[in-house]
Design a protein around this ligand. Structure first.
Ligand code: 5J7
Ligand code: CA
Length: 495
């Protein structure tokens, strides 16, 4: 009796300890996309028409809770909460619930960007759901929160002082006290409501600005995922926490990796430097924790995110974005081909001013993306996830599964290649001269379609055909002037 109870108890603890590190993807799928500022109805359609069919495993959505309406409608108004009512410029609760259902039916999981470090700053008096607030007196009646629920007013000025970073206000945003039981209850209710609607996890905004102990208490009260949406019983929400730690500050990502994954900004910073030519590609041979990254299952990795693509935040000018397409596609292909981390693809709207909000129909309402015959987007939406070189690398990642990285090759400089077991092979040329080498692909003999330059269509290929001999070798040519400095073949692209 005692022994049985003890064993059950150990099994239960093991489950608790492991649960929050799995993204809860449907088997055989991998790769998440952030559909930044998209509307819920448009995401639902995208899950059915594109993300599902092309093998994407998940979608990160913009904050779902009511936010302050700021006059110029900048993107960052969504990071100024007014209440936990699910009404934003992306849609209402009914539309969100329907989106989550339709995406789950298409095999695509939903991750919500949750903002609970703070509420709106002064000026945020009217919300997207019709609620009002008075940030000046710390009154948010639609929750409700009053001054008692917030930390005393002070500004974040010293990133060497954890108490200042966690107990003071980030640019005037009213700082909630997550140690307060009323505040904790409201946050837990909000997150559990989203879980009931079928979401698979959360991106925790500004986690660095909250105490790890408070977050542990909140995460410890999260419900299991909704089995009515196809999750296995006992599954917990995947948690990835925004902790910007490039070193040199008092707060370390290691304070958070015991509770969930972290957004690995070093990955973004390093991959940007490498593909901008500030580091040699051959150094990528030990890509992973040797580069100072958190453990693979604790690292949510990305080339750019909605914040650092605008030149602020971690990485600065080295961050690659859609504005430098050749290097961006190479870095994205490397991230998706490499086994390290849980990759997230950014899907942007075009911007010239860093504060600029999404495309609208009338200055207020968000416009829907339009789709061209080559699958790309127009109407102000960049849709990197609809670039062939990117969605086909999601297909590559699905095709190789858990196969090991093997057959590493480099020319001592900026030409590299590797295989994923005997299932996939990629090569990159970031040198200022042509690449032309006979390389070991690890793949079975045959002809393969390069999924970067084209697409397999039945028995033909619209791009380069790569012929693998009986010894597994193939001639790989990437001229310096080519549109993309990468080729990729895999077992599902065999002709
Ligand atoms: C926090 C960090 O710890 C950090 O290292 C960082 O790079 C950025 C932030 C940061 O997080 C936010 C989270 C929110 O939910 C809402 C926010 O408004 C912010 C935020 O403002 C923010 O910092 C901005 O960017 C930093 C690089 C600057 O040092 C900060 O001063 C701040 O810049 C301010 O941005 C400008 O000073 C101010 O004039 C302007 O109005 C304001 C506009 O808001 C943003 O740019 C929002 C950024 C944001 C960043 C995120 O990482 C995020 O997840 C959400 C929003
Ligand atoms: Ca705080």
């Amino acid at each position: 009796m005692f022994l049985t109870k003890g064993l059950i108890c150990i099994a239960f603890l093991a489950l608790l300890a492991n649960a929050q590190f799995s993204p809860n993807y449907v088997n055989g799928r991998n790769g998440m996309v952030h559909l930044f500022e998209w509307k819920w109805d448009d995401i639902a359609a995208e899950c059915e028409n594109f993300l599902g069919p092309y093998g994407f495993a998940g979608v990160q959505v913009s904050p779902v809770n009511e936010n302050a309406v700021i006059n110029s409608r900048p993107w960052w108004e969504r990071y100024q909460p007014i209440s936990y009512k699910l009404t934003t410029r992306s849609g209402n609760e009914q539309q969100f619930a329907s989106m989550v259902r339709r995406c789950n039916n298409a095999g695509v999981r939903t991750y919500v960007d949750v903002v609970f470090n703070h509420m709106a700053a002064n000026g945020g008096t009217r919300g997207t759901g019709g609620s009002t607030a008075d940030p000046g007196s710390k009154s948010f009646p639609a929750v409700p929160f009053s001054a008692l629920d917030f930390n005393p007013t002070c500004g974040i000025t010293n990133y060497n002082d954890p108490a200042n970073v966690r107990n003071c206000e980030l640019v005037g945003l009213r700082d909630l006290n997550q140690g307060n039981s009323w505040v904790r209850d409201r946050i837990v209710d909000f997150l559990n409501h989203l879980t009931d609607l079928g979401v698979a996890g959360f991106r925790v905004d500004a986690a660095k600005h909250m105490w790890p102990g408070d977050l542990a208490a909140i995460y410890g009260r999260l419900k299991n995922l909704n089995t009515g949406h196809g999750f296995s019983s006992g599954a917990k929400p995947y948690i990835f926490q925004e902790v910007i730690d490039l070193g040199g500050e008092a707060i370390k990502k290691s304070e958070y990796t015991g509770m969930g994954a972290v957004t690995e900004f070093r990955h973004s910073d390093s991959i940007g430097k490498v593909f901008r030519g500030k580091d040699k590609l051959r150094y990528l041979n030990n890509w992973g924790t040797s580069w100072g990254f958190a453990a693979s299952d604790r690292s949510l990795v990305f080339v750019d995110n909605h914040d650092n693509q605008r030149g602020h935040g971690a990485g600065g000018a080295d961050v690659l974005t859609y504005k430098v397409p050749k290097q961006y596609k190479m870095a994205s292909a490397f991230m998706l081909a490499h086994p390290f981390g849980t990759p997230r693809v950014m899907s942007s709207f075009a911007f010239s001013n860093p504060d600029q909000g999404p495309p609208t129909t009338d200055g207020q309402n968000i416009a829907s993306p339009r789709f061209n015959s080559d699958k790309s987007c127009s109407g102000g939406w960049v849709c990197e996830h609809r670039w062939r070189q990117i969605y086909n690398m999601v297909g590559f990642r699905n095709a190789v599964g858990t196969a090991q990285l093997q057959n590493w090759w480099d020319n001592g400089s900026n030409q590299i290649s590797f295989s994923r077991g005997n299932r996939g092979f990629v090569a990159f040329n970031n040198d200022n001269y042509d690449m032309n080498s006979s390389l070991q692909t690890g793949l079975p003999a045959g002809s393969y379609c390069d999924v970067i330059s084209g697409q397999k269509n039945g028995s033909s290929c619209s791009g380069k055909t790569i012929v693998v001999g009986s010894d597994g070798r193939a001639n790989i040519s990437i001229r310096k002037a080519e549109e993309d400095g990468v080729v990729a073949i895999h077992i599902n692209a065999k002709l």
